[in-house]
Design a protein around this ligand. Structure first.
Ligand code: FPP
Length: 249
């Protein structure tokens, strides 16, 4: 007797999404399942992020944008917010050296006026250290909210019009995109090709509302700290199966 083994599907290296964005959800539930404090879930989430970043970089992904803290997350218990704000400091010491070796460049989007100084300093150091790296861009969305981002872009564009530097009739989608926070990314890769959300929630929660207009969406029940390179491969395999038509036929 012999078994017919299904050939395992593999990632198509010629169809790797250039920009992947991830809503890293489920850290709290992961910790609760293990009767641990929620913050340990965030710590485990940071390990998962490191693994996924290195895997994505090996696959040739150009940009990985991760939702690390939303403008709504301030309503969490003070101690938890404090802990999350300290993560970039730990991240810099423990994780950035390996990322730097892998040619990863760190970038940040979000409104940073409310972030503690030590958080900002750690991010600045990571950006500075990796600024000449030409590999994957790891783009942290920290204190990020999509509607606030669009509102801010509208204000800036309105000011350009008031100052007679721009005609309302000349405003294009490309111009709007230039005023969004993702203008820190390489021009061709500003919009995510694939958005992943973990932990079974099926919504985008104010994450990249403009940029996600044509993104493929992938939802998985896996909690973020359990998400690893194998799960990333599965998400890309699913992406490979989709036909992206951008409104065409
Ligand atoms: C959502 O899970 C996760 C967060 C709000 C924080 C995510 C942060 C990290 C994974 C670490 C990022 C690293 C740096 C360097 C900033 P949740 O707490 O909402 O989980 P729950 O829905 O199960 O409660």
């Amino acid at each position: 007797m012999f078994k017919l083994r299904r050939r395992q599907e593999e990632v198509r290296m010629d169809k790797i999404p250039h920009h992947i964005a991830i809503i890293m959800d489920g850290n709290g539930r992961w910790a609760k399942k293990r009767m641990k404090p929620r913050v340990l879930g965030h710590k485990a989430g940071m390990d998962a992020l490191q693994d996924v970043t290195i895997s994505a970089s090996k696959l040739g992904v150009r940009v990985l944008t991760v939702y690390a803290f939303s403008t709504e997350n301030w309503s969490r218990p003070k101690e938890e917010v404090k802990f999350i704000m300290h993560l970039p400091v730990e991240f810099f010491d423990k994780y950035v050296p390996e990322l730097h070796k892998n040619n990863v460049r760190i970038q940040v989007i979000g409104e940073h006026n409310r972030l503690p100084k030590e958080t900002l300093d750690a991010l600045e150091r990571a950006k500075e250290l990796t600024k000449h790296n030409s590999g994957l861009v790891l783009n942290f969305a920290l204190n990020y909210g999509g509607r606030a981002e669009i509102t801010n872009a509208v204000k800036l564009i309105a000011q350009e019009v008031l100052d007679a530097r721009l005609n309302p009739g000349d405003i294009t989608e490309d111009i709007i995109s230039d005023y969004l926070m993702t203008n820190n990314l390489p021009y061709l890769y500003r919009d995510p090709d694939l958005i992943i959300r973990t932990s079974g929630e099926i919504r985008l929660s104010n994450f990249l509302p403009w940029q996600s207009a044509y993104s493929e969406l992938y939802f998985t029940k896996t909690l973020w700290p359990d998400f690893g390179s194998e799960d990333l491969h599965q998400a890309i395999i699913e992406y490979n199966r989709r036909q992206r038509r951008f409104g065409g036929i």
